[in-house]
Structures are given as C-alpha cells and as structure tokens.
Design a protein around this ligand. Structure first.
Ligand code: DHE
Length: 497
C-alpha cells in the first residue's frame, strides 16, 4: 500500500478518493513520524501519556480516533485530522491497541534513571508555612486539566494549584503527620508534595502502568502496585528513591498483576491483592523489615478490597458468582463468599455503627444499588436501590448520612444521602442538573461536605452537611477526588483507605 502524501491530498481538493487500507506495519511508521516525539519510543510515554493497550483500556477506540482527528482541548495533543486520512487514523488506532511486538520492560535502572529530586527537603522548614489548619487541608485532583489544588478547609480558599502527571488515579496517600502527600498516575509516575511548604519534593516512574500506592504507617515506605510490569515497587518515602522491586509471582511461579495495595496500620503491614493468582499477600514493615510476603491463599482471584474497622478481615471483590469474599488476615483463611453481584467498588466501601453493630456499605458499578453487609454475620442486610450504578461513597462519624453518587446512566447528576440507621434514601441532590455529580469528602469536623461536579465546566460545591445548604461553589475542570488530610491520616470512619 502506498501512503497518500499530504501535499497530494491538498491538490486533490474536493475530490475525495476513498482512502486505501493501511497496514499495522505502516501504522507503526506513522506512529514514529507523528506520535513518538511526545508519546515515547515503544509507546512508553514521554511528554504525553503512554499509549500501550494497558494504558488505553479505559478509552474506547472511537474516542481514540476522535482525539487523533480533533486533538484534545486544553492539552498538548494536537489535531491530526489535516495530516492523516481516516484510513491512516483507523490503522493508527488499531496499532495502539495491539500489544507491543517486544513486551515492554521497566527495570530498576529505568526506575532510577527517572528519579528526580525537585527540592531538597532538608532545606525546608518542618512547620506549616501557611496560616491554614494543616489537618483540615483538602487535596483536590482536577482531572480535566491534570492539576492538583490545595484548599484551606476552613475558608475553602486555594493555597496552591499545580500541574500533576497525566491521569492521577486512586486516592493520594499521606505521611502519618499529614505533611507529605503521595500521588500515583496511571502511567506509573509517583510524586511526593510537601503540604507544609507547598512544594514538590521528588518524583519517580515506578512502573509503566500502576494501580495504586500505599504509605506505611511509620511514614518510611511507599509501596506501589503495578499492572505493567506486574510487580510491587518499594520506595523510600522521604525522597522516593528505589529500595527494591518485589516480583509478584504466585506460589506456583505464575506472574501476576497487582489489583491493589493498602496499608493496615494496626498490623504494621501492607496488604496486597493479586489479580492473576489466587493469593493475597501481607508484607510486614515492623521493626527491621525484610519485606518477604506472607502468602494467603484466596478462594478466587481478587480485585479491589477494603478492611473491617479492626483490620482483621479483608473484603475483596472476586470474579466468582457471588462477587465478594472475606479473608481472615489472622488465620490466613478465606472465611466466606459474600453476595455482591453488582460488581462492587469495594475500595469505596465505608463502614459505620448501626445500633450496636458495624455495617459495611458499597456502591456497585454495574447495578443501581448500594449493598449493605452486617460485619458480624457477613450477611447482606439490604440492597438500597439508587437511580443508577455508583462509584463512590463517603460519610463522617458526625454525619447521619452516607453520601453516594449515581455515576453511570441518565441520572448521573444525582447524589443520594442514605440515612445510616434506616438504610433508606433520605435526600437526593442534583447539584448541577445534567452534569455528573460524584465523589464527596467531609471536613475534618464533619460540618461540611465537598462534592465534585465532574464536568469540563464543573465545580467543587461545599454543602453544610446538616442543613444541606450550598455554602460555596468553586468552578473546576472535572474535579475528581478530594481528600481531607485529617480524615485520611486518622483513617477516619466514613472515608476511603
Ligand atoms: Fe478508580 C480509587 C480501581 C476506574 C477514579 N480505583 C480506585 C482504587 C482502585 C480503583 C483499586 C483504590 C486505589 C486507592 O485509592 O489507593 N478504578 C479502578 C478500576 O478497576 C476501574 C473500574 C477501571 C480502571 O481503569 O482502573 C477504575 N476510577 C476509575 C475511573 O474511571 C475514575 C472514575 C476516573 C479516573 O480518575 O480514572 C476513577 N478511582 C477513582 C478515584 C479514586 C479511585 C477518584 C479514589 C477514591 C477515594 O476516595 O479514595
């Protein structure tokens, strides 16, 4: 096949011959000509994001096609519709969704070469250099323009606003004193930012496709869970220098991706769920750790998970019929399956006391219902119907309501407030009708709830959590998650891990 030169296309003017098919091999050449300078050799990423199938899994080919043709507003991604014909764009899209001919690798040397110290932390004051309450700051991820804003949680005013790596995902994690916040991007970039001095300290690329990170309860270690390459990467929390990578091989030697990693503070350990082998791992960081995993056999492959309030049990999403399973971290045994057929988003699940008992509630991403479990009997005690499948859930010890979004479907502008005792929907808010409302976080005292309107012309809306009156609306471009420092470092009831 012959590529039609651009000049010839122009000469042809209105005469539009049907473009000839373009082979994948030719698409590879087009990639080198047009894409590689930003997206990197072998599609590993550069100034622009990685374009590996793993990195593109959330984007439908039609969207990728449109982005190549039209560019992406408010980003460096230019429009190529005037340089590439539809057949070339189609072939390029197919090429991007193909696995690389040689599987990409990311070695310790690559990790070390990507490491950058941006500020010498030893030269900085170790007290807050702003007048806001350091335990009531909010870190807000503005996904639409890949920025992070730091807000004073008393006045709801901005203290800092800085560019992040492309596509931060998951909740940022904090050092135990709340001074440092750690971010992970889907492309594997880990950054640490100093909230006392409002400055970035260091960054490193720990993998090519990352799930999430956890910070040890003693503030010394950061553990990153990767899909690509499937492994764990241990970093020194002080400056993100590489300590070591931990291969995630199952007991039978099978290589696995990491579904999620969290810290379990009372256990002084990281807990890891593996995606391709039926194992959960506990990695102790107590004393002088050797970071050898304790393998716990699971009854199924595990996805995201959550803990009971005492961190003894792990509630994990499993692919089997019932949808969830409970693992006892003390005995190392799978306890029971739990009926969660709506694809629960367990990382967003929260617990609270109902009467004298702990209950756990989780949204489901494929069904419009909230599943509520009794944590003593593991019985499903209620499925609360919602106006559509949801993603996030939040509450606070001082709030009578659990706030949960409708993330998918025509009613995704709605947020339900569930009465934590009656388990009925008590209120439904529509903060900006027609625009996706999602993800809530409370101030440290629980007086105010901050909600995202997840739209290019979106907003962060501050509600009085009792009267439900709107207090303030701050325009933002797709604000996704927001995190209150105090709630996060206290692992407060009602927030995510
Ligand atoms: Fe997330 C948290 C997995 C898609 C926004 N998401 C998490 C966590 C996991 C997870 C394991 C907990 C990590 C943590 O906080 O340390 N997310 C997944 C998926 O498997 C899924 C469904 C598909 C995927 O591509 O990974 C997925 N997530 C999304 C999105 O499409 C969202 C809505 C937009 C985005 O940013 O990609 C999204 N996920 C979030 C957010 C959190 C999150 C904002 C943190 C919530 C919190 O309050 O802590």
């Amino acid at each position: 096949m012959r590529l039609i030169p651009f000049a010839l296309l122009m000469l042809c003017g209105a005469v539009q011959a049907a473009p000839e098919a373009v082979s994948l091999e030719q698409a590879g050449v087009l990639y080198e000509q047009h894409c590689q300078s930003c997206h990197g050799a072998n599609r590993l990423g550069g100034a622009g994001p990685a374009l590996l199938p793993e990195s593109l899994s959330r984007i439908k080919p039609d969207e990728a096609r449109a982005v190549i043709h039209n560019g992406r507003p408010a980003s460096q991604m230019a429009a190529f519709g005037d340089r590439l014909n539809p057949a070339q764009i189609d072939a390029l899209v197919s090429y991007l969704y193909q696995p690389a001919a040689t599987p990409p690798t990311w070695s310790d040397a690559d990790i070390r070469a990507s490491h950058r110290i941006l500020t010498d932390v030893d030269t900085l004051p170790n007290t807050p250099q702003h007048n806001a309450d350091p335990l009531n700051l909010f870190v807000v991820v503005e996904a639409g323009n890949h920025h992070v804003r730091v807000l004073d949680g008393d006045r709801f005013e901005e203290l800092a606003n800085f560019q992040s790596h492309f596509a931060l995902h998951g909740g940022p994690k904090f050092s135990p004193d709340g001074r440092f916040v750690y971010f992970a991007s889907r492309d594997g970039w880990i950054s640490v930012y100093d909230l006392h001095n409002l400055t970035m300290i260091a960054e490193v690329r720990a993998g090519l496709n990352t799930r999430n990170l956890a910070v040890s309860n003693d503030g010394r270690w950061v553990l990153v869970g990767n899909y690509l390459p499937g492994n764990l990467v241990l970093l020194d929390a002080r400056d993100l220098s590489l300590v070591k990578h931990i291969p995630t091989l199952g007991a039978d030697g099978t290589q696995s991706r990491v579904s999620a990693v969290y810290t379990a503070p009372p256990r002084d350990s990281f807990v890891v769920a593996l995606k391709d082998v039926k194992e959960a791992w506990e990695i102790s960081y107590a004393g002088k750790p050797d970071f050898q995993p304790r393998r716990i056999e699971a009854a199924d492959f595990l996805d995201d998970f959550s803990f009971t309030p005492d961190y003894r049990y792990l509630l994990a999403t499993s692919r089997k019929a019932l949808g969830g399973q409970v693992i006892d971290l003390d005995t190392g045994k799978a306890v029971t399956d739990i009926p969660l057929p709506g694809m629960p988003h367990l990382g967003s699940g929260i617990y609270w006391k109902r009467g004298g008992n702990w209950v756990f509630a989780t949204p489901n991403v494929s069904k419009g219902l909230i599943s509520v479990l009794d944590l003593q009997s593991w019985k499903l005690i209620k499925e609360i119907p919602t106006e559509g499948p949801g993603f996030f859930m939040r509450s606070h010890l001082n709030s009578p309501y659990a706030w949960t979004d409708v993330f998918f479907g025509p009613n995704n502008d709605a947020v339900h407030l569930i009465d934590k005792q009656t388990l009925e929907v008590a209120h439904t808010l529509r903060p900006m009708p027609g625009k996706n409302a999602a993800h809530v976080e409370f101030t440290n005292d629980g007086r105010y709830a901050l909600l995202s309107v997840w739209d290019t012309d979106g907003a962060l809306i501050v509600y009085d959590a009792k009267t439900l009156k709107e207090i303030k609306r701050i325009p933002m471009n797709k604000p996704s998650g927001k995190y209150n420092v105090g709630n996060k470092i206290e692992y407060a009831e009602g927030t995510s891990h």
